[in-house]
Design a protein around this ligand. Structure first.
Ligand code: NOJ
Length: 564
């Protein structure tokens, strides 16, 4: 092993300790409807999160991010919000929410909630008012209503296609059309309307006043729009540069909204935080992550990468540069509620590249769509690589976002009958997109019981028999289990945390990456199959047992800072 300018830096954890909490936090995403069900209706609830506060504490995370738990008709897994300042009665009450917050805070766990500002649910009081108010009513101005095209207005105003497939316009009874970037049940709000702006400030204050620590902002790059007539065609939209002036996506003026929100966040002590879900050109990510805007932005590059040393290194280097540009820290994500779980992605053959050489974000979905043929998935290899990738990620500077169930080494569930699927992406793209239900199946807590300990009333998405082997109770305390690995890694990560930098160490192998953090903590990942010899530094943790001082293939080891 050769090393570039090895340099021993003293432990620098004081600097890390003094930094704002979010900069290098481990954030665990809870999808509330699939976490724990305490009232036996088959749907996870807020008291279920409270009931597992100890589990979350033992996991060693710094914060939870809750996907939407608001009243919703569940047309898009809760991302169709009917009331931004309440709890869905099926999930509990505001008092339950306060109790959960108190319990998590008492255990040193912060709470981040999801804000969905681009669109509301069609069940939202404003949209119902807009429907009732009719053509030309003030209530319609809070959304995007237009007359149709064609001689009698019976065609949509434009040929725009929704992100979930099909037309982005829906006709209402009086003949007008409304715009929806996502599902029909998710009408886009009109961000040029002052009431829309003030209402979201009210929502941010509502949750901040209750003690919520931060916000995850759904499709943060879509809110503001330039709908000056004549509206362009879809082909024209596609050809337009995404330079801040695009009519629908990543407009510069969205940051006027976030500047206003920033003033709200900074009104609290400690300031409330936000992380943007912004699918924008790389060069424009720092705008969202800047401290004048939302403060942090998701980096989804690892979600799209193969288990490949070259890809991982480029992604890490690029994103640390981007984070430095904005003054934020980088975020790292291997799994979330929108993609095939990383254990499964890594157990399937690598996806074909797209025409521009980029990987496909939807990797794994073709496998799910085909019903999950067992012969194509190497389950053991997938989990092994997932453990190695997670340990690599948890060693990186910045904040790590984990998705519920990955700590159990869960695979994507492919065996969901069509009749039981819920995701609108499945229904709006028949035969093309299997949807995201497979990563949203209720968690297995125990190896027995009707719903593997999720609740007494079954599970709202069917759980496969192999969930029993992954149950938290089976992995609890079991040496070598994925749950034990996550717990050890998260505890160590806290103890070792240091300045937000790394230095690459050349390993002499294209398939082995090694980096060192400023306090000397080293992370080595073998992405290949041949074992890799390491020096005699103390091994603090490894995703697989070392073999005669060597890191086997598809494994990561953390090495202790050296004594000199
Ligand atoms: C992004 C969310 O992550 C996804 O689950 C949702 O469907 C869309 N935004 C629309 O809200």
């Amino acid at each position: 092993m050769t090393s570039t300018a090895p340099q021993t830096t003293p432990l620098a954890s004081e600097a890390a300790d003094a930094a704002p909490w979010w900069r290098q936090a481990s954030v665990y995403q809870v999808y509330p409807r699939s976490f724990v069900d305490t009232d036996g209706d088959g749907i996870g609830d807020i008291p279920g999160i409270t009931a597992r506060a100890e589990y979350l504490e033992q996991l060693g995370i710094d914060a939870v991010w809750l996907s939407p738990f608001y009243p919703s008709a569940l047309a898009d897994g809760g991302y169709d919000v009917a009331d931004y300042r309440d709890v869905d009665p099926r999930l509990g009450t505001l008092a339950d929410f306060d109790r959960m917050l108190e319990q998590l805070h008492a255990r040193g766990i912060r709470v981040v909630v999801d804000i969905v500002p681009n669109h509301s649910s069609d069940q939202h009081a404003w949209f119902q008012e807009a429907l009732a108010g009719g053509r030309g009513s003030a209530a319609r101005d809070r959304y995007i209503f237009r007359e149709g095209s064609g001689p009698d207005g019976s065609l949509p105003p434009t040929d725009w296609v929704s992100v979930f497939g099909g037309s982005a316009w829906q006709r209402v009874d009086d003949g007008q059309w409304y715009f929806h970037n996502f599902a029909v049940e998710q009408p886009d709000l009109n961000w040029a309307h002052p009431e829309v702006r003030t209402d979201f400030v009210r929502t941010l204050r509502f949750w901040s006043d209750r003690g919520v620590d931060g916000f995850r902002i759904d499709v943060a790059h879509m809110l503001t729009k330039d709908l000056t007539e004549p509206l362009p065609s879809q082909a024209e939209l596609d050809a337009m540069p995404r330079d801040g002036q695009h009519p629908l996506i990543d407009r510069d003026d969205v940051h006027e909204v976030y500047a206003e929100w920033r003033a709200v966040f900074d009104d609290y002590e400690p300031p409330r935080t936000a992380v943007a879900e912004a699918w924008v050109d790389r060069a424009r990510v720092p705008r969202y992550a800047s401290q004048e805007s939302l403060g942090q932005a998701f980096n989804f590059d690892l979600l799209q990468a193969d288990f490949d040393a070259g890809q991982f290194r480029t992604i890490v280097a690029d994103n640390l540069t981007l984070a430095a540009e904005s003054g934020s820290s980088s975020t790292w994500v291997l799994s979330n509620h929108d993609v095939v779980r990383h254990a499964t992605r890594y157990g399937l053959p690598n996806p074909p590249r797209m025409a521009d050489g980029q990987p496909a974000i939807k990797h794994g979905l073709e496998w799910v769509l085909a019903g999950g043929p067992e012969g194509d998935l190497d389950r053991v290899l997938g989990v092994r690589r997932a453990r190695a990738a997670t340990l690599f990620m948890l060693g990186l500077p910045g904040s790590a976002y984990l998705y519920q169930g990955e700590e159990l080494g869960l695979h994507e569930v492919a065996e969901i009958p069509d009749a039981q699927r819920q995701d609108p992406t499945f229904f709006r793209s028949p035969g093309v997109d299997a949807g995201r239900d497979g990563c949203r199946v209720p968690l297995p807590w125990t190896a027995e019981g009707g719903s593997y300990g999720f609740g007494d009333g079954g599970a709202h998405l069917p759980q496969p028999a192999w969930f029993a082997d992954h149950a938290a109770s089976v992995q609890e305390g079991a040496g070598g289990s994925t749950l034990s690995l996550y717990r050890e890694a998260l505890e160590l990560r806290r103890a070792l945390q240091t300045e937000e930098r790394l230095e690459w160490i050349e390993t002499g192998r294209a398939d082995v990456l090694e980096f060192r953090r400023p306090n000397g903590w080293r992370v080595i990942t073998n992405f290949g199959t041949e074992p890799h010899r390491i020096d005699d530094a103390e091994v603090l943790l490894s995703s697989e047992p070392l073999v005669r001082g060597m890191i086997p293939g598809a494994a990561t080891a953390w090495l202790a800072p050296s004594a000199d």
